[in-house]
Design a protein around this ligand. Structure first.
Ligand code: PRP
Length: 186
């Protein structure tokens, strides 16, 4: 993969930095209302959800604890749709009896979240819900109930605000569409 050119490699800005921040503030206010009087545990999935988690938690005005997981799907064409997920980093603390909200950057096929929901349900939380910044329904393979959604986006190759191509572009402050030449080149 050649060295990325952060501005030249983006064809379109799909969601501006300002629109992301407005939406994150709305989500934070909604969550603060919905969980009023309770404590909330935010569980984020590295690495893509890192900027969203960092911004969202600061827009929530009720007591919050955070935890981080890292997962990867098993590679290879035959396993791509199997939904098998490997846990690279597990929760640090028990979520038994806690109100848990999974914070994700994007739901694509839904396989990652489908696995995570089953895994986390097994740890006996009081409640378990999903907050996703981006929803790409065109690619869904398993049904996922998204409780809190930022933006529904078309089936395009998006990067930025945590989302990567070849581990780059995560630091863009907006959601952009990558030029097809870029991912055709590797
Ligand atoms: C992305 C994203 C979700 C998952 C969604 O993570 O953060 O976890 O893919 O895809 P799915 O709905 O098809 O399962 P990725 O595996 O790219 O890792 P990253 O967060 O480290 O970039």
């Amino acid at each position: 993969m050649r060295t990325p050119d952060l501005s030249a490699d983006v064809a379109d800005v799909l969601v501006t930095a300002a629109d992301i921040q407005t939406k994150v503030a709305e989500l934070g206010a909604t969550l603060s209302r919905d969980y009023a009087g309770r404590e909330l545990t935010l569980v984020s999935v590295l690495k893509g959800a890192l900027p969203f988690m960092a911004d969202l938690m600061r827009q929530i005005t009720i007591p919050v604890q955070i935890d981080l997981m890292e997962v990867s799907s098993y590679g290879g064409a035959s396993t791509e749709t199997s939904g098998l997920v490997r846990i690279l980093k597990d929760l640090s603390s028990s979520i038994d009896g806690r109100d848990v909200l999974i914070v994700e950057d994007i739901i694509d096929t839904g396989l990652t979240l489908n696995y995570l929901m089953r895994y986390l349900r097994g740890k006996n939380p009081r409640s378990l819900k999903i907050c996703a910044l981006l929803d790409k329904p065109a690619r869904r393979l398993v049904e996922i109930d998204i409780d809190y959604r930022g933006f529904t986006i078309p089936d395009r190759f998006v990067v930025g605000y945590g989302l990567d191509y070849g581990e780059f572009y995560r630091n863009l402050p907006f959601i952009g569409v990558l030029r097809p030449e870029v991912y055709g080149e590797s």
